[in-house]
Design a protein around this ligand. Structure first.
Ligand code: FCB
Length: 460
């Protein structure tokens, strides 16, 4: 296969565009794969509550079993080794470590990650650990959740516990996964847990997530001074939907709200003044000490999730969406959930971050696509579209490197088909197919392609 595809830029040619130590990996998140929600003293999280609330997720699906990874982690690690992954990004379930979100440590929960990390290292796979991928202990939600400022101290305490246990073996730490998705989809439009509503509510959550990130960085550094620490932001390639002044304004606000509101504080600049002005005129920032996010803790790398291009149109502001923007559906090729495929956007986003925020190590911690995969009569999963999506994005990543952007890692979202939040099991993102009733794993043709790319990278 490679001999044929290589003439047109197949895996061997692609692998040559990366340095020998480039971290090619795959990513997952705890609630999306682990299952075992009541095992070994785990407490409930907001995602247990949300998914068990009628009408919240597609077909009422929950993460109760998911990929049953909590019980199948050894064979899943073997699968990662078979694919040739050099790195694996996973998240820790806070409610396994602190079932109530504060106070005593549940050693049995922490032991699971201890074994997982050792298992990765034994197989020569570098662990990239995310502390918080949206599964807040329910007890903390009952006390106000992210709309309460005290969560910064709680996240710091939890971060210190995990770093104290795993900091001797884990080099890469990501404090938060996509705080903007969590803040706005979870706290303003209510499509994710905890199901909160109102843009002001979302901004409050975002503010406390910023403060919690900074507190967690300090806590990790105290116990694991060698740790390389980052935070993960999802950045889309945004363009106005038309040449109109209104759409241009909406695109600028959308980028301001979704990207700069997060990147600027991460890089110690405080909130962007144009957006502060916009929100203030709508009274959305009342009661927040905005200056508190300025001068944030320096990070060692920025983790970027990239999926798509977004064409933005101007629409009226609503109580739940305070920026007056709407993402139109793609004009060209789209994935199974309607996200517009735009590989060069990955290059553009990485290069933009370097141009606007200066040179910092970058890692692409999620990139991938959902399509309606099916197991063929011969038992194989031929997902040519996903394979093509990944190949073109990895090529765009190489283009960014050619431009001098220091991006040193790439993680496919996702290793396994899994619980896709509000979409339940209806959106498959894996390079490995999971038949949920039997938990049988089948490497898709995209997974075989990735294996070939990684094999070629190793052979260099
Ligand atoms: C990202 C999330 C990840 C997954 C992908 C499809 O926003 O971080 O958990 O849901 O989207």
């Amino acid at each position: 296969m490679s001999a044929v595809t290589d003439a047109s830029g197949g895996p061997v040619a692609l692998a040559r565009r990366f340095p020998p130590d480039f971290a090619f990996g795959a990513a997952t998140a705890a609630y999306q794969i682990e299952g075992a929600v009541a095992d070994d003293g785990r407490g409930p999280s907001i995602w247990d509550t949300f998914s068990h609330t009628r009408g919240r997720t597609r077909n009422g699906e929950t993460g109760d079993v998911a990929c049953d990874h909590y019980h199948r982690w050894r064979s899943d690690l073997d699968l990662m080794a078979e694919l040739g992954l050099r790195a694996y990004r996973f998240s820790i379930a806070w409610p396994r470590v602190q079932p109530e979100g504060r106070g005593p440590v549940n050693q049995a929960g922490l032991d699971f990650y201890d074994r997982l990390v050792d298992g990765l290292l034994e197989r020569g796979i570098e662990p990239w650990l995310t502390l918080y991928h949206w599964d807040l202990p329910q007890a903390l939600q009952d006390a106000g959740g992210w709309t309460d400022a005290s969560l910064a101290d709680r996240l710091a305490e939890y971060a210190g516990i995990v770093a104290g246990r795993l900091g001797d073996r884990v080099g890469r730490w990501i404090t938060l996964n996509e705080p903007r998705t969590h803040a706005f989809i979870g706290h303003a439009v209510g499509r994710h847990a905890p199901g909160g509503h109102g843009w002001a509510n979302g901004l409050r959550a975002a503010h406390h997530l910023h403060l919690a990130h900074a507190a967690a960085v300090r806590a990790i550094r105290t116990v694991a001074p060698e740790a390389r620490i980052g935070v993960c932001h999802d950045i889309a390639h945004v363009i106005p939907a038309s040449q109109s002044v209104d759409d241009a304004g909406a695109a600028r606000r959308h980028d301001g709200a979704m990207h700069r509101w997060f990147l600027d504080p991460t890089f110690g600049r405080g909130y962007p003044s144009d957006m502060v002005e916009w929100y203030s005129s709508n009274g959305l920032l009342e009661g927040l000490d905005l200056a508190a996010v300025a001068g944030a803790e320096p990070i060692d790398f920025l983790a970027v999730n990239y999926y798509r291009r977004e064409r933005i149109a101007d629409v009226p502001v609503t109580p739940d969406w305070g920026i007056g923007s709407s993402v139109l559906s793609g004009v060209g090729e789209s994935t199974g959930n309607g996200w517009e495929v735009w590989p060069d956007g990955l290059r553009a986003v990485l290069s933009r971050i370097q141009a606007e925020y200066g040179t910092i190590e970058l890692a692409v911690t999620e990139n991938g696509a959902t399509y309606p995969d099916a197991i063929g009569a011969d038992g194989s999963v031929e997902d040519a579209e996903r394979r093509s999506y990944l190949a073109r994005h990895v090529a765009a990543l190489a283009d960014a490197r050619d431009e001098g952007v220091p991006v040193n890692a790439y993680f496919v979202w996702s290793l396994l088909d899994n619980f896709e939040w509000g979409e339940g099991y209806g959106a498959r993102f894996g390079i490995v197919h999971v038949d949920f009733p039997t938990q049988r794993r089948t490497v898709k043709s995209s997974g075989r392609w990735y294996q070939e790319l990684l094999g070629a990278a190793d052979a260099r």
